[in-house]
Ligand binder design. Structure first.
Ligand code: HEM
Length: 144
C-alpha cells in the first residue's frame, strides 16, 4: 500500500511483486544456526573452521548494497546479483515457501480486487519482533 504504483504488478507478475516484498520486509530476521562450512573458509575477512555453525542475518543480507541496486527502495524487477534470502537457502530452505507465496498472492489480490485504490494506510503500521521474527502488529487502514 505504500507503493500503489506497483499494485498492477501484483496481478501481472505476482511472483516478482511478492519476492520484492519478501526481500524488502523480510519476515525472518535471521535463520537458525543450522548451516556450516564443510571446509575452512573466509567470509568478509573472518576465518571459519569446518563445521562452525553459521546464521544468515536474512534482513541485512536482503538489503546488501553489493547484491541489490538501491536496496532500500521497493522496486520489483530491479537488477540483482543474487536472489533474496527471505526463505533461507541450502538444505534447510523453507519447506513451505511455495505455499506461503500462493496464500499471500490470493489474499492480497482478493483485498485489492475488493477495495482497489480506495484502500490506504490510515497510520503507519506498528511492528513486533520476537525471537528471530518481525511481524506487523497493527496496520490501521482507511477506505475511500
Ligand atoms: C512468509 C512466510 C515464511 C517465511 C518468510 C519463512 C522463512 C523461512 C526461513 C528463512 C527458513 C530457514 C530457517 C533456517 O535456515 O534456519 C524456513 C524454514 C522452514 N520453514 Fe518457513 N517461512 C515461512 C512460512 C512457513 C510456513 C507457513 C511453514 C509451515 C507451514 C514453514 C515451515 C518451515 C520449515 C518446516 C522449515 C525448516 C526446513 C528445514 O529445516 O529443513 N515456513 N522458513
Amino acid at each position: 500500500m505504500d507503493y500503489p504504483e506497483h499494485n498492477d504488478l501484483l496481478f501481472a507478475d505476482p511472483k516478482a511483486w511478492l519476492d520484492e516484498a519478501l526481500r524488502f520486509r523480510s519476515p525472518l530476521i535471521t535463520t537458525g544456526a543450522n548451516l556450516a562450512p564443510r571446509e575452512a573458509m573466509q567470509a568478509q575477512g573472518v576465518e571459519l573452521a569446518p563445521h562452525t555453525p553459521v546464521r544468515i542475518m536474512v534482513g541485512a543480507a536482503n538489503r546488501d548494497h553489493a547484491a541489490f541496486t538501491e536496496p532500500d527502495r521497493f522496486a520489483p524487477h530491479r537488477p540483482q546479483a543474487r536472489p533474496h534470502l527471505a526463505f533461507g537457502t541450502g538444505p534447510h530452505t523453507c519447506i513451505a515457501r511455495h505455499m506461503a507465496h500462493g496464500q499471500t498472492k490470493i489474499a492480497l489480490q482478493a483485498l485489492l480486487r475488493r477495495f482497489g485504490p480506495g484502500l490506504k494506510p490510515a497510520t503507519s503500521p506498528t511492528w513486533t519482533s520476537y525471537r528471530s521474527q518481525r511481524a506487523m502488529e497493527t496496520f490501521p487502514v482507511a477506505l475511500s
